[in-house]
Design a protein around this ligand. Structure first.
Ligand code: SAM
Length: 295
């Protein structure tokens, strides 16, 4: 079996052997800290019964250790030039399938059916930071395909994900993550755990996917409200929402929003960043009533 990569020496040896340089355009920062890889895999709670979806295996550092813990690992990598490297670093590991494609164009439902008989996958990744939010939103669109998502992200993104309405970092991403999952912080990771060193601190989060929606609301309408509120976060909520709901055929007036806020016991001049997920759901139910009563 090939040498483990999760060390500065193991990684440098492979990079030199293949004359490889990390590609910035693909967000390549390879993990060299075995302790961090072990913490990620422990947090993801992987057993032989699990099929893992790894996003961006890179040179195979985490893939090697995931393949020892899991029943099967499906790894999706955009960079085709890593194929000879992965063939070598994962040789003899017959429970690993590598798909060379863009994760944003990957059919996740099909992957769960094909590799795990339709049962939920556990997603594990040291994410490429340039597309963290699009990847998370894509995974949430197919939330039923996952039991949990354990990911390394930029610390600043972790702060936004974990923020509540009391925090400055609170926004649409915090609300989306809380709607689909229960997030927990696993550990903080410093730049020295990667080659090359990223210019930012990192954090590992575990997102435990919910079995059902945590609030009673029409999902599309709820997220149209949330997007509109945070697209214009300096405005009052009533002003922001009355400017139009992106991605929804429906429209609300400033007076309707103010009326709904008053019914909820909130100031009509409140800003969107002060409302919790439960309050957005309640607001959406009040505003929806006019459509339902019109039917
Ligand atoms: N897992 C490796 C590790 O921890 O050392 C590499 C992690 S590196 C931060 C991110 C990886 O995601 C790179 O291998 C990069 O090529 C890959 N990647 C970037 N964009 C991608 C995409 N759209 N779809 C799939 N993989 C992608």
């Amino acid at each position: 079996m090939s040498e483990l990569l999760a060390s500065p020496h193991g990684t440098m040896a492979v990079l030199n052997e293949f004359g490889l340089r990390a590609k910035k355009k693909y967000g390549q920062n390879f993990l060299i800290n075995r302790g961090v890889v072990d913490q990620i895999i422990d947090a993801a709670d992987i057993s032989e019964d699990d099929c893992v979806l790894e996003i961006g295996p890179g040179i195979g550092t985490m893939t090697q250790l995931l393949s020892e813990a899991a029943g099967h690992v499906v790894a999706v990598e955009i960079d085709h030039s890593l194929e000879p490297v992965l063939n070598r670093t994962l040789e003899d590991r017959d429970n690993v399938t590598i798909l060379f494609q863009d994760i944003l164009k990957t059919d996740l439902k099909k992957a769960a059916v094909e590799y795990n008989q339709g049962r939920p996958l556990k997603c594990v990744a040291n994410l490429p930071y340039y597309i963290t939010t699009p990847i998370l939103l894509q995974l949430f669109q197919e939330a039923d395909c996952f039991e949990s998502i354990t990911v390394m992200v930029q610390k600043e993104v972790a702060d936004r994900i974990l923020a509540t309405e009391k925090d400055r970092e609170y926004g649409a991403l915090s609300l989306a993550v809380r709607y689909y999952s229960e997030p927990e912080l696993v550990c903080m990771v410093s730049p020295g755990s990667f080659i090359p060193r990223p210019g930012v601190d990192s954090a590992v989060l575990k997102l435990n996917i919910r079995k059902g929606a945590p609030v009673d609301a029409d999902e599309a309408f709820l997220f149209a409200l949330i997007r509109a509120a945070f697209n214009q976060r300096r405005k009052t909520l009533a002003n922001a929402l009355s400017h139009g709901l992106d991605g929804s055929d429906e429209a609300v007036t400033r007076e309707e929003v103010q009326g709904a806020l008053e019914k909820m016991g909130l100031s009509p001049t409140i800003r969107g960043e002060k409302l919790s997920l439960e309050q957005y759901a309640e607001l959406s139910r009040h505003l929806r009533q006019k459509y339902e009563s019109a039917v």
